[in-house]
Design a protein around this ligand. Structure first.
Ligand SMILES: [Zn+2]
Length: 65
């Protein structure tokens, strides 16, 4: 099995801050950011929803101790 890499830019998991896995593909943090930018530009209401969603997120993931 090959090492996971971003399906959009080809960045390997080791070089990406975060690689999000889908059933047939991966997307890295930078490509996800780019996608968010492109959708936000065309769909202001989507961006408002995104901002509301982000506001609900904790600052950092809860760590299991
Ligand atoms: Zn990428």
């Amino acid at each position: 099995m090959t090492t996971p890499a971003c399906s959009f830019c080809g960045k390997p998991q080791a070089e990406a801050l975060r690689l999000v896995a889908g059933p047939q593909a991966f997307i890295c943090d930078e490509c996800a950011m780019l996608a968010v930018q492109m959708i936000s530009i065309q769909h202001p209401t989507w961006r408002e929803r995104l901002m509301r969603t982000l506001a609900l997120l904790p600052d950092r993931p809860r760590e299991k101790s």
